[in-house]
Design a protein around this ligand. Structure first.
Ligand code: PGA
Length: 254
């Protein structure tokens, strides 16, 4: 795993966007899987800027949402499809026929989850996945627990995650408690992984993640240690509790 520490959250986002852009330039028909939530906003803004000002071409890009709340359709303002549509798709030249998200109707469906896994692999798998990390160590919506799922599946969101998501909704009862998410094998089969985290609120989980080289289902992000192309990009606040001796061999501070 490679670690990059940028000074600010904005620089963290730009650094991730530049890595994504480099991969898009190497392979025009890149299969992307992008995180949603608060952390990736700066990265998405930089991707839009690179498109508008430097001609970054999305015309052959395919984009898969990694997760979606159960019960929120694509047009719901808090759905993750809506999020990527708003922050990226409608501002770049991506073909909407190449943008996918797990099908979530009123109820979670195992068949829909299986279809999504099948679709990802039929399209050639994920070339680059941009992950965030939850305060509880989740990646995509794979929550810490006794056992984890390899493929797309329905997850009950942890209390901590429901509380964290409350900021995006008006009332607690509106916050979804279930999501469909890709599983750990789908993440680990992605050819390149970038994980971003910013802010002091993430510093504790980042310390736990980087402090210990063991793999545990209690910290789903620890499974990234099984992948040989992972870049972690942090801002200084998220990196605030990393001790120098914990630094990975390949690390850069900017
Ligand atoms: P956040 O979510 O970017 O809104 O903090 C992180 C995550 O759940 O991956």
């Amino acid at each position: 795993m490679k670690l990059i520490i940028e000074k600010t959250s904005k620089e963290m986002g730009c650094s991730a966007a530049k890595m994504i852009a480099r991969e898009m330039e190497k392979k025009l028909a890149l299969n992307l899987c992008l995180a949603t939530g608060a952390t990736p906003i700066g990265c998405l803004q930089e991707l839009v800027r690179l498109h508008k000002e430097e001609g970054l071409d999305f015309s052959k890009t395919t984009s898969f949402n990694m997760d979606e709340y159960v019960g929120l359709g694509k047009t719901h303002p808090q759905s993750y499809y809506y999020y990527l549509n708003q922050h990226l798709y409608q501002q770049v030249n991506i073909d909407r026929n190449n943008t996918f998200s797990p099908e979530v109707l009123a109820e979670a469906s195992v068949a829909a989850a299986n279809d999504y896994t099948k679709l990802i692999y039929e399209k050639g798998g994920i070339d680059l996945i941009l992950l965030g990390i939850g305060r509880d160590g989740h990646i995509s919506f794979n929550m810490p627990k006794e056992a984890l799922h390899p493929y797309t599946h329905v997850e009950q969101l942890s209390e901590a995650t429901v509380s964290d998501n409350l900021r995006f909704f008006e009332k607690r009862k509106e916050v979804p408690t279930e999501a469909i998410t890709i599983g750990l094998k789908v993440i680990l089969d992605s050819r390149k992984v970038i994980l971003i985290a910013d802010g002091e609120g993430k510093s504790k989980i980042i310390r736990e993640f980087l402090n210990d080289d063991r793999i545990t289902t209690k910290l789903p992000a620890s499974f990234l240690r099984l992948h040989d192309d992972v870049t972690i990009i942090l801002d200084e606040k998220a990196a605030g509790q990393i001790k120098p001796e914990m630094r990975l061999p390949e690390s850069k501070r900017r």
